[in-house]
Design a protein around this ligand. Sequence first.
Ligand code: PLP
Length: 399
Amino acid sequence: MQYYPDAASVVADLRPDESVTLIRQHAAQRAARFFAEKFPGKSLYAVKANPSPDLLRSLWDAGITHYDVASIGEVRLVRQILPEAVLCYMHPVKSERAIAEAYHQHGVRAFSLDTHEELGKIARATDNADDLDLGVRIRVSSEHAKLSLAAKFGAEAEEVASLLMATRQFAQRLGICFHVGSQAMTPAAYAEAMESVRAAIVAASVTVDIVNVGGGFPSVYPGMTPPALESYFQLIHDSFDDLPISYSAELWCEPGRALCAEYASLIVCVEKRRGSELYINDGAYGSLFDAAHIDWRFPVRALNCDGEPVAGESANFSFYGPTCDDLDHMKGPFLLPATIRAGDYIEIGMLGAYGCAMRTGFNGIQTGEPVMVGDEPMETLYAQPVANDGNAVRLAAKA
Ligand SMILES: *Cc1c(COP(=O)(O)O)cnc(C)c1O
């Protein structure tokens, strides 16, 4: 991969016609080291957030040894790239063929489930294996998260006890897992979910070996500055300590977004301006799905075709993507210099998670070869404690 210091030098050198992904390997590795060192348990990378082989290798090198995979395609991919990685198949609905291939061919020993039917599938597909870590996924609230994951998966409170008891019979190690929703803006989300874990353990009176708090750890976006991650870790640690579980029980988490949001940004070209609407060469079918479909906002900065910053007062803009589809519209608002015009470039930051991973080839729109850059991401949760959260600063200072 070609290396540049920053977006300005990419624009000055390439003046690209197609959008270009900028890779910040150092940012993903800093996030990985942070989780590996500070999370009070094991951190599994949730591969769906960004399955790029380069990213997988970078995270492995920075100390992430366990991977949350959620399809047989992800199982095969990670096994091929990282032969020694521990893979945990954490999608609660799988085909028997996928379970069998994961178990017999790829060495997967950890699976999640949320029904008795799924437990039966796992038993049949692994020929009643006696070496499994099985996590029962329980339903918890998504009220503190920007993206709900509450509707689709998770056993209901009334069926959790019988499912835990049945799974206990079969599993070598029994786990309980949940997902509070993506971009959880307060650590309280995890404390509340841990109360549901406690209730489930008490109702079933089973011995639990693994508590998996899932993903949901936030990143920073315009209008969304979360408390420091240390405050999440502290609260999770405290509520884990209070659970009625054995001393040897393990704590797991599955960050996706938090590990890779800072990993990539995008350079787009302004192809046309119509008032406060900018027509750019990437969009809803490219790396900007969330900007189009859930009005997610991303940090932006404008560069002219020589890579110099475009100066002047700021104004609010929306974007149209390059396809012929009206839905290819990103409402924003994106704050850019009022003088921006066709031929200028925009760097759009924080697209490492659920951005580049969701790109399609719809309408024949191509993207340029990704390049590596060495500067800081446009936002970061990892450079210093977030100053507006007294509790987090105190925790960080103590650590
Ligand atoms: C998507 C997902 C994750 C990652 O979620 P983030 O919000 O990106 O941290 C973790 N675990 C499971 C089961 C998931 O489906």
